[in-house]
Design a protein around this ligand. Structure first.
Ligand code: PMP
Length: 413
């Protein structure tokens, strides 16, 4: 039986999650969503929200992109088999396209269903090919919620309830080359890093950090895994964040916007030299829906769309405008907001404390702008709208932020 509109939250509370609907109500989102298009979500009563969460970063092309819907329908109508045991051309074409789009000599692709699955597979690939047990990750990092990915993440409060974690994963401070140097040794298979951290607010490493880590890895026979699940597909400006750094990892991990916000998709893209043993280990990571034809067809179109139009350039321009708007609010309301950190369309705004961040978030939601606090730090408000957000929408976000800060400041007095 389908619940009617009024019952949706209570039904969700009863059968899905007992606390999420009240969190949404507190934020000022009293009704369920009905539809979404581009950067906008509409609730069942027609109220519109500009989505600055991008579904937590997977909607670089926005909600329900018409061209992605079209290819998805076309793929389903084709009656091609969705998945194994036989193969169709579509996985091979997507893999070829990913090999061409990613930097350097990354050539071989493992397709899966999520960023977390891709991280787990990258860790397995590194251990399998080097024969070494240890993975070095960074404090403050986030790599997902499956056990491997969670264990690799460097945010203890997210891990605490689920121990014991996967052994053999050590963490070093992010952005500090000497810490990586000190931790490397003959038992280290790989260093796993995000080009930009974001789960506790945006953290850019110092200039030269990733280059230095790349060099240390080369010197020690250690693999470099870059997690671009969030930063990939134009989020930070270029197609991949590593493009602008001139760094080629041994293993690149992708997800989120690879599926266009429409279908679950993840990928591990690696050097051919790492692939021989992995290829023989089919049972190691191949889950039932991994690399299914529908996901591959949508992902192929994602790559085409990003390659065809000025999406990356426009996304960067919108990123600049958003940064200006957020910076202006920091300047005008220093007792409420401390600083903005951003790259491309990935921005975090630090409030003076978590209570103020929550108050601003809920004031923004009531004004039709969805911006949530970071999982890893409740004082950081995240802004990561789709790359196709319009100039007018960015201006609306900035205006709503101005009004929210004024309201919060008034309540403080
Ligand atoms: N890596 C990074 C950098 C992420 O931001 C996330 C998700 N937020 C993941 C991995 C996990 O991806 P997924 O949610 O698709 O499992």
């Amino acid at each position: 039986m389908t619940p009617d509109i009024e019952e949706i939250y209570t039904c969700y509370e009863a059968h899905v999650n007992p606390v999420y609907p009240s969190f949404l109500r507190r934020l000022g989102i009293p009704y369920p969503a009905a539809s979404a298009e581009g950067a906008v979500i509409r609730d069942v009563h027609g109220k519109e929200y500009i989505d600055c969460t991008s579904g937590y970063g997977l909607l670089n092309l926005g909600h329900n992109h018409p061209s992605l819907i079209e290819v998805a329908i076309d793929q389903l109508r084709s009656r091609q088999p969705l998945t194994r045991p036989m193969i169709t051309g579509i996985q091979a074409r997507l893999a070829q396209r990913l090999a061409a789009a990613t930097p350097g000599d990354l050539e071989c692709v493992f397709l899966c269903n999520s960023g977390s699955e891709a991280i787990d597979s990258a860790i397995k690939l590194a251990r399998l090919t080097t024969g070494r047990p240890k993975i070095l990750s960074a404090l403050g990092s986030f790599h997902g919620y499956t056990y491997g990915a969670l264990s690799a993440s460097g945010i203890p409060k997210l891990q605490k309830a689920f121990g014991p974690l996967v052994p053999g994963i050590d963490h070093v401070p992010y952005g500090e080359t000497p810490a990586v140097q000190a931790a490397l040794g003959p038992d280290v298979a790989a260093v796993l890093l995000e080009p930009v951290q974001h789960e506790a607010g945006v953290r850019l490493p110092p200039d030269g950090y990733l280059r230095a880590v790349r060099d240390l890895c080369d010197a020690g026979g250690v693999l470099l895994i870059l997690d671009e699940v969030k930063t990939g597909f134009g989020r930070t400006g270029p197609l991949f964040a590593c493009d602008s750094l001139g760094i080629v990892p041994d293993i690149l991990v992708l997800g989120k916007s690879l599926g266009g916000g429409l279908v679950p998709a993840g990928a591990v893209v690696a050097r051919k030299s790492l692939w021989r043993r992995f290829g023989l280990s089919f049972g190691m990571s191949a889950s039932s829906y991994a690399g299914n034809a529908l996901a591959c067809r949508v992902a192929l179109r994602v790559l085409e769309l990003i390659g065809e139009g000025p999406i990356l350039e426009e996304g960067s321009r919108m990123g600049g405008l958003l940064q200006e708007g957020l910076g202006e609010a920091v300047h005008r309301y220093p007792s409420v907001l401390e600083k903005v950190r951003s790259v491309g369309l990935l921005a975090s705004l630090r409030a003076a404390n978590p209570a103020l961040a929550n108050a601003i978030s809920s004031s923004l939601c009531r004004r039709g702008v969805l911006a949530m606090t970071a999982f890893g730090d409740g004082a950081e408000l995240m802004f990561e709208p789709p790359l196709i957000i319009t100039e007018r929408q960015v201006a609306e976000v900035a205006a709503a932020l101005e009004d929210s800060c004024r309201e919060v400041l008034k309540d403080l007095k």
